[in-house]
Each structure stands twice: as C-alpha cells, then as structure tokens.
Write a protein that binds this ligand. Structure first.
Ligand code: ZN
Ligand code: ZN
Length: 171
C-alpha cells in the first residue's frame, strides 16, 4: 500500500484503501476487508501522515475456546522527512526517513504492526464468560454441568472452618 509523495503539493491530501488482511500480512484470525483512511499533510519539508484503520477478526476465547468475532480499530501517526537532520526533532518511533530517489511511502508494515497491537492480549467472548468445566469440559455458558466441584484447596480449610463457625454463631 503505497502513497506517492514525489511532487506532492503542499497541504492536506486524503486517501482510502481497502486491503485484505492477507495483503497486509496479517495472521489468519483477521477476516473481511480492512478499511483504511489516511491523511497526509505536507508542510515545507515534512510530511505528516495520520492513519486510521478498522478491521475484524475471529479469535478463540481464552476461557471457553469458542470462536468469537471482534471488531478492531487502530490509528497511528508518522512523520516522513527527506533529510536525516530533520528526523532529530521527532520521536524516533514516529519518524521515517525517505531515501533519496524514492517517490512513494509504503504504509503496509506500519499498518500491519498497528493492527496486530490492537488485538487484545486477553481474548474473551464476553466479559462474564464462565469458561469450561475443568472436569467434563462442558462450556458452562450453555448451562451448568452435573459435576461435583473438585475438592477445595487445603490452604483455605482453616478460613472455611472459621467462616462455618461464624455461621453457627449467627444461628
Ligand atoms: Zn468464552
Ligand atoms: Zn463438568
């Protein structure tokens, strides 16, 4: 996905792209079309690029391993300069040098990284997902299973005794 910058006039330019996740090199969890909107502002020697993207993907829930569809949005900014000295005034993560003789900037890799970072680390089909029964593997979102809960962790026995005693006292 390239934007021609050679001979670009001063001012604001807008672009729209609709690449597939495969074209962007995104993993197979991404699906459909990625909607990309970009504005490029040329002032003097600098180019200021703003990119917004909307995508969607199908992920496996961390708790119940059911696949769920999740929309994602991401945005980033980037300055492009032609001279190394000019790059020094920007945050190193937000500036790129355009090599001499190159008349187009390729935003594919930056966009791919931005979208990958937008994927939540914790993937849940819903906030209240009950997960799978550790014994029979039933998806507890579909209703309770018939299993007896596992023997409780021994470390909590003392506390449980105390709580039971309190209950007795209350009666
Ligand atoms: Zn789930
Ligand atoms: Zn069960």
């Amino acid at each position: 996905m390239k934007i021609q910058v050679g001979g670009l006039s001063e001012g604001l330019h807008t672009y729209a792209f609709a690449p597939t996740p495969t074209e962007l090199g995104l993993p197979r969890e991404f699906e459909g079309i990625v909607e990309v909107g970009a504005t490029l502002e040329k002032t003097g020697k600098d180019l200021f690029l703003r990119v917004k993207a909307a995508a969607q993907g199908v992920w496996e829930c961390d708790r119940c391993i059911t696949e769920f569809r999740c929309p994602l949005s991401a945005h980033y900014v980037m300055y492009y300069v032609w001279e190394e000295e000019a790059a020094a005034q920007f945050d190193p993560s937000e500036v790129q040098l355009i090599p001499a003789g190159v008349s187009a900037i390729d935003i594919t890799e930056d966009l791919r990284q931005t979208l990958q970072l937008a994927v939540p680390l914790k993937r849940l089909c819903r906030e209240s997902c009950k997960g799978l029964c550790p014994q029979c593997g039933k998806n507890l979102n579909d209703g309770p299973c018939g299993c007896t809960p596992l023997a409780p962790d021994g470390r909590w026995d003392k506390l449980r005794e105390l709580m039971t005693d309190t209950k007795h006292d209350a009666r």
